[in-house]
Design a protein around this ligand. Structure first.
Ligand code: DX5
Ligand code: ZN
Length: 245
């Protein structure tokens, strides 16, 4: 199944002093979803923001709020994020022992349910959960900070998860170090939803952000073409899409 490419800017890279304005700017710049990175200083070595901040900025846009919970435990906080206005709630496979229960809880709250895998976690973690999932998020950096370098090792995992998903209506999202230079490779491997923080919030104005979002989208759309035609292909290396076009 071919799904349109979704670009989800991460507000972790926004100017927090003007967070509402920054979200309005990326909305106007063509962001499809708003990616919210929640960090607890326990599951990851950094603290960002929580449900109250999401609730405060929720009214400034009607775009999907894609909430990535890098917290442990998760289950006791799901209702707060649902009430704050999350549309998609993604929990980490490494954050708790009862993922099946977490996914049921998210869907019971009327939200789309996702699982995120850290770079060291194999795709087998989701094998028995596929029918409860709306989204799989492959971390392409170790979670905790924006501005890190993309891990090419994850391309093979993306490709394997694309095969596991088959025709199910599950989004395959990538997050961490995504730029216009590697967007083609992740899309070729099978990603259809791209998070980008520092690569989007470069420059100051909504026009700058629009150029950044468009460049990532164009690269991703170009990159996905060969993969759709040949599922047996090896993962494309970063930069390779430019060579084959
Ligand atoms: C990392 C976060 C990412 C990150 C993306 O823990 O989940 O969403 O903010 O930022 P960049 O695109 O700068 O790597
Ligand atoms: Zn994220």
């Amino acid at each position: 199944m071919t799904k349109e490419i979704i670009i989800a800017p991460s507000i972790l890279a926004a100017d927090f002093a003007r967070l509402g304005e920054e979200i309005v700017a990326i909305d106007a710049a063509g962001a499809d979803w708003i990616h919210c990175d929640v960090m607890d200083g326990h599951f990851v070595p950094n603290i960002s923001f929580g449900a109250d901040v999401i609730k405060a900025v929720r009214p400034v846009t009607s775009k999907i709020f894609d909430v990535h919970l890098m917290i442990a435990p998760t289950d006791s906080y799901l209702e707060a994020f649902a009430k704050a206005g999350a549309d998609v709630i993604t929990v980490h496979a490494e954050a708790g022992p009862h993922l099946d229960r977490s996914l049921q809880a998210i869907r019971a709250l009327g939200k789309k349910a996702g699982i995120s895998l850290c770079p060291a976690t194999p795709e087998s973690a989701i094998e028995y959960l596929l029918d409860r999932l709306d989204l799989v998020l492959v971390m392409t950096v170790n979670p905790g900070f924006g501005g890190q370098s993309f891990l090419e090792s994850q391309l093979e995992k993306i490709s394997r998860i694309r095969s596991m998903i088959g025709d199910r209506p599950i989004r395959l999202e990538v997050d961490g170090g995504i730029t216009r230079d590697n967007a083609a490779a992740v899309a070729a491997a099978g990603a259809d939803t791209l998070v980008a923080g520092s690569a989007v919030f470069r420059g100051k104005s909504s026009a700058d952000y629009a150029g950044n979002i468009a460049a990532i989208r164009i690269a991703a759309e170009a990159g996905r073409v060969p993969k759709l035609q040949d599922n047996s292909a090896q993962p494309m290396r970063v930069g390779e899409a430019a060579l084959i076009r």
